[in-house]
Write a protein that binds this ligand. Structure first.
Ligand code: GDP
Length: 440
């Protein structure tokens, strides 16, 4: 995410390296590069200009008041301004209605249907809500099917009316259905078009007027840069929506949309989509996004993902096993599965400060644990609990069974052995806290 922009900003800050203080001259050089970086990332020209002007004012006003190096000071000022530009605080969504009605709007292909599913899943698991998904795209039967598939996958009911070509009526009926059947959130997925057109705008405006949603969300593909901002403006002029959903931030996004959208429509980004899977949804935090833009990683999100997977009961069981020297490959496997649930490897690495940039050209296997899992699956239950059974003959069999080599099997055994020793050492009083931090 934003690798290019991060690199260029980093280079801009480098100009100040070795300078004792910020001056009119060196700040102008730096900010010229910052502005160029923003424009290359597809940030609106006026926004980029105003941004650098504000940074300049702050930078020149602060030189004697701080003992930060000029480069560090500039990073701090740019970061604060980025946070401000993206809305300051995270914005929640309004779930006060009964049911709370959420209307999704946006162009075709922006990710509305996918996001409707992600949001239903998010509200169900994080907020203990009982959501109903509503298919209002009456023009494309495939879109209705897509929502049904998503609903089935998530265990969320989908309301649709085959043959009814009136989306306003479908949305109204869905809300009645929700009231009668105990659904407390109704998420209405609507039809999009490839570009903004009057007919689509009228239709969504009519639905909006008829159902008076608590939340109207505008979904937009972050990869479309300035177009995203223009489309947002067109929708906001008609719908006066409440928030923006920025999708496809996992792709090779330049960052312009994330940075500009708030100041153009004066509506916050509320969530981001970071993948095609149903759990690839994050609340949008301007400060964390600023960290990512500046290549500083996002440790908080990383820790939150770890915590979400942290299973207290399982952790206690594992600790007991380690104490009794019974930690085996089955336990190892279940630990790997917990890590995998946190997301794809490259995504996770990108959240570690400094690592994202260093790894940007490295191809990471989508499933980095594939070989390890294959080896463990090829072991018998006995071998998994007592790795000491593994002699040359057994190792050969396992290598053949898992499509790996004996060296790979040996390597895993060695790693496992080292890990077991380390875990045993960490069982001391200090170690317990460390283990907890690691989610073990
Ligand atoms: P709609 O026409 O607005 O309903 O868009 P869809 O929900 O059908 O999404 C269009 C395409 O974008 C689909 O192939 C989705 O899988 C994909 N998509 C949606 N959100 C994301 C995302 O956050 N990341 C990525 N990589 N793909 C996404």
């Amino acid at each position: 995410m934003f690798d290019n922009l991060s690199d260029k900003l980093d280079k801009a800050f480098h100009i100040l390296k070795g300078h004792g203080k910020i001056t009119e001259v060196n700040v102008a050089d730096t900010l010229k590069e910052v502005r160029r970086a923003l424009l290359d990332a597809d940030v609106n020209f006026k926004i980029a200009k105003d941004f650098t002007n504000r940074v300049k004012e702050k930078a020149l006003g602060q030189d004697v008041l701080t003992n930060l190096q000029p480069g560090q000071l500039m990073v701090k000022i740019v970061k604060d301004e980025l946070i401000e530009l993206m809305g300051g605080e995270a914005a929640g969504i309004n779930l006060s209605g009964n049911p709370s009605v959420i209307l999704m709007s946006g162009l075709q292909g922006s990710g509305k249907t996918t996001f409707s599913g992600k949001l239903a899943n998010f509200l169900k698991s994080k907020k203990s809500k009982n959501p109903l998904l509503v298919a209002c795209d009456v023009y494309r039967p495939a879109a209705i099917n897509q929502l049904h598939v998503v609903g089935e996958q998530l265990g969320v009911e989908v309301y649709s009316e085959a043959g009814n070509m009136n989306p306003v009526e479908i949305a109204q009926n869905a809300i009645k259905h929700a009231k009668a059947n105990g659904f407390n959130v109704v998420i209405v997925d609507t039809a999009g078009r490839l570009a903004v057109d009057e007919e689509m705008m009228n239709e969504i405006a009519n639905i909006h007027k008829a159902i008076q949603p608590q939340e109207t969300l505008f979904v937009v593909d972050a990869m479309t840069g300035q177009d995203a901002v223009n489309t947002a403006k067109a929708f906001n002029d008609r719908l006066n929506f409440d928030g923006v959903i920025l999708t496809k931030l996992d792709g090779d996004t330049r960052g312009g949309a994330a940075i500009s959208i708030k100041s153009v429509v004066n509506k916050p980004i509320k969530f981001i989509g970071t993948g095609e899977k149903m759990d690839a949804i994050d609340v949008f935090y301007p400060n964390r996004m600023a960290d990512r833009i500046l290549g500083m990683g996002d440790v908080i999100s990383l820790v939150e993902r770890a915590q979400a997977q942290y299973d207290e009961e399982e952790a206690r069981k594992i600790q007991k096993k380690i104490a009794k020297n019974e930690f085996g490959f089955d336990d190892f496997l279940s630990q790997i599965q917990q890590v995998k649930k946190m997301g794809n490897m490259k995504d996770l690495m990108g959240m570690i400060p400094g690592v994202g940039k260093a790894m940007k050209d490295v191809e990471i296997e989508d499933d980095a644990f594939k070989h390890i899992e294959a080896i463990i699956y090829s072991m018998t239950p006995d071998e998994r609990t007592r790795p000491s059974l593994l002699d040359v003959k057994r190792k050969n069999r396992i290598a053949r069974g898992s499509g790996t080599s004996v060296q790979q099997v040996n390597q895993l055994l060695k790693q496992f052995d080292q890990m077991s020793k380390m875990m045993k050492m960490m069982q001391g009083s200090k170690g317990k806290n460390l283990m907890r931090m690691m989610g073990n």
